[in-house]
Every structure is written in structure tokens, then in C-alpha cells.
Design a protein around this ligand. Structure first.
Ligand SMILES: NC(=O)c1ccc[n+]([C@@H]2O[C@H](COP(=O)([O-])OP(=O)(O)OC[C@H]3O[C@@H](n4cnc5c(N)ncnc54)[C@H](OP(=O)(O)O)[C@@H]3O)[C@@H](O)[C@H]2O)c1
Length: 291
């Protein structure tokens, strides 16, 4: 089976590539983070999509590439629409023409967080342009029968030293610098480990399931709760971490307060944050990623 994986240079893409490359013939793409192992694809150039697709003729497209920065999406809405929505629909159109399957990674930010919990049929209502543009991509479901939309919450994990900064690496960096810092204690998160999402994606590749899937851990926690767990796992003084109930209340663009995704279509158990953090620590070689 031949797979085209967009966003092979992404945080989730690197983990997914390393998990599935032994089982499938996978061609991953990058845009700005050049890698010898990946081919170049700029989704803002829509004509490139059919060209690359026709060169590879994949059986499955795993579509992970996206502009993921909320502020960039809010301030460059036209670009976010092209890359996150229009390019996604173009990939679905090419899959439809060539009898290929498509798995698209969407986001919990398609919901407002004000009226959860949300099952797969719940009505979306994004608060930010990022959420709006990811929701635009979900329209693949009306273009391509053989397609899957995975809505995922905040990710954490570890591939290598070049990973983009995540909440976990941010806490480790600040505590490494003995910096005291404030952490939000208002919004509720349901973090998932990239290793688990990659396993879930692999099962989807091998299945014939279609439609929307929600991927989410069960234990609700604030970033403050999460930071304390990071401190405990990595033996960091928790006194550096200060609780703040107001920190992100006026953030722009606004972030949902509580997107509780109900997984009604599968019984995959996502590992707890405690377990996930222990795994990351092991992957980092039992030391902070900055050492
Ligand atoms: N991270 C999270 O917490 C989270 C939460 C919910 C959903 N998601 C979704 O999960 C997926 C992966 O997220 P991530 O955080 O792992 O991503 P990421 O590390 O921010 O990387 C984004 C990826 O998209 C590629 N990309 C950006 N602009 C592009 C363009 N114009 N043309 C082609 N490729 C482009 C980047 O390529 P280069 O780096 O080479 O430029 C990179 O591979 C995304 O679809 C995201 O919306 C992520």
C-alpha cells in the first residue's frame, strides 16, 4: 500500500512516519523544514497538489499538514483558508478521482467549548479562524465517501531535539532556567500522546471505517494541573510554577474553555498524562530535552 503523508515534518507527522514506515510505502512531505527523507509540497500552491498526487498515485492520503498557529491563522485568514481548507478539499478531489482513501487530522477547536460534551454529530462552532479553517477541511466528507476526519485535542510527546515547542517542552525549558512562571488554571484540556494518535491513525489506514472520529484522553486537567504532573515526573521544583485563573481569559483569538470530545465510535484507550509523561521522559533519555 502506498501512502502520501502531508506534514511529514510536523510534530505528529514525524511520529506517525516512524511508526508506519515499516509496514507501508510512505512518502512524506515538508514545506519549510527541509529533510532528505521528505519531498517538497507547498499546499498554498494548489496546482502542486494534483502534480504531486499524480506522480505518487497513493492508495491512502494521511493529511496532517496545516497552518497550526492560531495567531497566524487569525492574521492571515486568506492563507489559512487556502492551506487548511481549500488544499484539503483539493486532496479529497484527487482521492475521489483516483479511488484513494483519505484520513484528515482536524482539531477540537472546531467547537466553541461552551456547550460540550461533544459527540461526533454535535454542531461545530469555532471561536477562531484556525478552528474555522480546520472545519472547512472537514467538508472532504461530502466530496469523498472513503474519507475519515479525526478531531484531536492538544498533543504532547517527543520525537527529537528539533521538535516544535509544546506545553511540556515549554515547562521544561522554563524550569531548566529556574524561571518562575504563571500557568493557566481556567481552561480544561484532554491531552493526547502523539504515539497514541499515530497508533490510532495506523489502525484507520488498515480499516475501512469512514466519517468522523473523536480522539481524546478521559482525564480533564488544566495546564496548571498538567505542569505539576510534569514537575513531578521530571523532578522539578513545583514552587517555580504559579497558578493563574485569569491568564488566558482575554486571549486573542479566544480559546475554547472546555472541549470534551466524546469517543462514541471506538474503544481505543488513550494513555493518561501521567503515563504519557513517563514515556516521554524515557524517550528523552531520562533527562530534560534541553540537556
Ligand atoms: N499540535 C496540536 O496540539 C494539535 C491539536 C489539534 C489538532 N492538531 C492538528 O494535527 C496536525 C498536526 O499538527 P502538528 O502540531 O503536529 O503540526 P506542526 O508541527 O505545527 O506542523 C505543521 C505541518 O504543516 C506543514 N505545513 C504548514 N504550512 C504548509 C504549506 N503551506 N504547505 C505544506 N505544508 C505546510 C508544515 O511543514 P514545514 O514544517 O515543513 O513547513 C508541518 O509539516 C495538524 O493538522 C493540526 O491542525 C494539532
Amino acid at each position: 500500500m502506498k501512502i502520501l503523508l502531508t506534514g511529514g515534518s510536523s510534530f505528529l507527522g514525524k511520529k506517525t512516519l516512524s511508526l508506519i514506515s515499516d509496514s507501508f510505502n510512505v512518502i512524506g512531505t515538508f514545506n519549510s523544514k527541509r529533510s532528505e527523507k521528505l519531498i517538497h509540497l507547498d499546499l498554498s500552491d494548489i496546482a502542486q497538489i494534483s502534480k504531486i498526487f499524480n506522480e505518487i498515485l497513493p492508495d491512502v492520503v494521511l493529511h496532517l499538514a496545516s497552518i497550526t498557529d492560531l495567531s497566524i491563522c487569525e492574521n492571515n485568514q486568506e492563507m489559512a483558508k487556502i492551506v487548511n481548507s481549500i488544499a484539503t478539499l483539493e486532496l479529497a478531489r484527487m482521492c475521489d478521482l483516483n479511488n484513494a482513501r483519505m484520513i484528515y487530522i482536524s482539531s477540537d477547536y472546531v467547537f466553541s467549548g461552551n456547550d460540550g460534551p461533544y459527540d461526533e454529530h454535535a454542531k461545530p462552532g469555532p471561536l477562531s479562524y484556525y478552528g474555522q479553517s480546520k472545519l472547512g477541511g472537514e467538508e472532504i466528507l461530502s466530496i469523498l465517501n472513503n474519507s475519515v476526519v479525526c478531531r484531536i485535542p492538544i498533543l504532547y510527546g517527543f520525537n527529537d531535539q528539533d521538535d516544535k515547542e509544546t506545553f511540556v517542552s515549554q515547562v521544561l525549558r522554563k524550569t531548566d532556567n529556574k524561571e518562575k512562571f504563571r500557568v493557566d488554571n481556567h481552561r480544561i484540556k484532554y491531552p493526547v500522546l502523539i504515539d497514541d494518535v499515530a497508533i490510532f491513525i495506523k489502525t484507520l489506514v488498515e480499516s475501512t471505517e469512514t466519517g468522523i472520529f473523536h480522539l481524546s484522553s478521559k482525564l480533564p486537567l488544566t495546564r496548571y494541573d498538567w505542569a505539576l504532573k510534569i514537575a513531578e515526573t521530571f523532578d522539578i521544583p513545583a514552587t517555580l510554577i504559579k497558578k493563574d485563573d485569569e491568564l488566558e481569559k482575554d486571549a486573542f483569538p479566544p480559546r475554547p474553555v472546555d472541549v470534551d470530545l466524546l469517543n462514541t465510535r471506538h474503544d481505543f484507550v488513550f494513555r493518561s498524562v501521567d503515563e504519557g509523561l513517563r514515556i516521554i521522559k524515557e524517550q528523552m533519555g531520562n533527562k530534560s530535552h534541553l540537556n
